[in-house]
Design a protein around this ligand. Sequence first.
Ligand code: NAD
Length: 398
Amino acid sequence: MKVLCVLYDDPKNGMPKSYPLANLPKIEVYPDGMTLPSPKGRDFSPGELLGCVSGELGLRKFLEDAGHTLVVTSDKDGTGCQADKEIVDADVVISQPFFPYYLTKERMQSAPNLKMAITAGIGSDHVDLAAAIERKIDVVEVTYCNSRSVAEHIVMMILSLVRDYHNQHQIVNSGGWNIADAVSRSYDVEGMHVGTVAAGRIGIDALRKMKPFDVHLHYFDRHRLPAAVEEELNLTFHETVESMIKICDVVTINCPLHPETEDLFNHEMIGKMKTGAYIINTARGKICNREAIADALKTGKLAGYAGDVWFPQPAPNDHVWRTMPNHGMTPHTSGTSLSAQARYADGVREILECFLEDRAIRDEYLIVKDGALAGMGAHSYSEGSATSGSEEAANYKK
Ligand code: NAD
């Protein structure tokens, strides 16, 4: 069997010789009782870089000892890229949302042996799900592995935007001390209305983490939460996105990208938001319209925008979100902390062990199975493709 694994580049100065922490805290279960990934073996130390090329998700020994071939590359975009050369006889492709190998219909057509696409993380929108369904290529992801990592990032971004941290940090870095400049856009989050578009694993965790700030919590989702959860968090449910965004000061986006959510936050939707609102989008870049966000920041319709997701990825060097005013963007990092990497590397190994031993993969990990949406795919996605335009990723220059 041949496994093609597409990972992000190593650090510019090579792999770290040491890390800030000697150990990671031990986590046994996720909040809903689901167990963490539990492969039979592990060939890495948790806390190491695993998501870059030399990290290899800790898979090489396991696969090669069993007689399989592992090819790892970061050369994934543009005509003639290494990944396109290797996929033609691959049985399994592993890719990460942070640095996605867009598995388009054309790429699937070039890979007659391809049986499974594994997302080392959560969010399989970089795979053309309609084509995977048609070609009976299974799509799986490591559900929950980094949901709570993202929720932490959301809290960080809400606070840093509303309090205007980036500007203040910049003033210090440049030797300044003008406090009036530092606070002229800085507010407390206390008392604000904070709403999430989708209250799945990330959305609900972000709401729980925001509750102690004494804010009013809101959500919109295609699935309503149990009444006990709404009561616990004093949550207001909205039947439509519009009803929620017109009263929220902070909107956090936590739904998957699929045809129902692509371009959801376009000029028209943003026009219906409260003036001076903040958007935090750690879900997927394409859920927000690129120009509409930049325009709204320029006019002041939005007071700030932060997130870590772009389209495509890597974002072209001239992507307008790199330079628009009052943004708090990071590269796609929230779900790939060293803590999260250990979980999704374990999860990928668990999935491969199941695949190789012909054992069932956990239902929660399934997005597409045997030519249909399944598991989390049936709960959270719709059929279709969100990969159009992904060829623009080739425009990024290191
Ligand atoms: P989840 O499956 O637990 O939750 C998804 C929620 O979205 C579900 O409650 C579902 O009902 C809701 N939903 C789907 N389509 C909807 C629609 N059209 N309208 C309203 N609600 C809708 O997944 P999760 O773990 O919470 O992750 C959510 C998404 O966050 C992922 O699919 C991925 O795109 C993104 N994510 C980003 C990172 C990162 O590093 N930035 C990491 C993990 C996940």
